[in-house]
Design a binder for this molecule. Sequence first.
Ligand code: PGA
Length: 280
Amino acid sequence: MRMMRTSFLAHSQDHHWRYSSLSPSPRRPVIAGNWKMYKTLADTEAFFAALGPHLSGVTQCDIVIAPPFTALRRAAELANEIGIAVSAQDLHWEREGAFTGAISAGMIRDAGCRHTLIGHSERRQLFGETDESVNKKIRAALLAGLGPIVCIGETLAEREGGQTEAVLERQLTQGLSGLTEDEFSPIMIAYEPVWAIGTGRTATPEIAQQAHAYIRQGIGRLVSDGAAEKARILYGGSVKPDNIRGLMAQPDLDGALVGGASLDANSFAAIIRYERSEAQ
Ligand code: PGA
């Protein structure tokens, strides 16, 4: 099995838009909600009760909810009833041991989850997450049968300093280091520019598309052309019902990771339903 190549920046020009012309997209869209540190068990039950009726007939996209650890088990049961998946928001890379406060991939799987977020910018900025720990967490998640949703993205200072592509390259190259093509296949990437998260300041569809095309090209260089074509790259950062349409019209955007607007079942459903009308 082919190993990841170590750098793609040197070849960045020749294939920059190579994967942008794919039409129709071979990738199934995914709408994921990240609840962050919100919702009790009672809130979780109320959310699923409200979301369920909105989903009847929705079959054209994958739907994932990432509740806090305390609600995972119940959310997984409720999600199963309405045919959607549950994700954790983080994990520890060790299988078990003396790691007070930590949760392993196996425990998350045992709670009924199919995915886990890894490397969210809040974990990177507030909890010391590094590209190295992201890599270890990806390996742990894969071993336990969880599909990683790996978050990358630049800060405002990095964008303004012209560092966006270098940051994305570093996060991808180090985060995905040493993974084979098979290992990469269940991984989704979420491009989340830090300046757009929780700020109401969404990236324009053009800015998002440019970053997504760059990321897809990077996957082509690091893994394989086939992996790049199949990789689902989600956009995150102030996604709302009124801006999802423009974002999803971009050829390299395969879905969204939604924070604030995923807390309310109606607004989350409006984002999902946009997908439905677009796909039919
Ligand atoms: P937001 O959060 O939609 O509230 O900006 C997105 C995220 O952090 O995943």
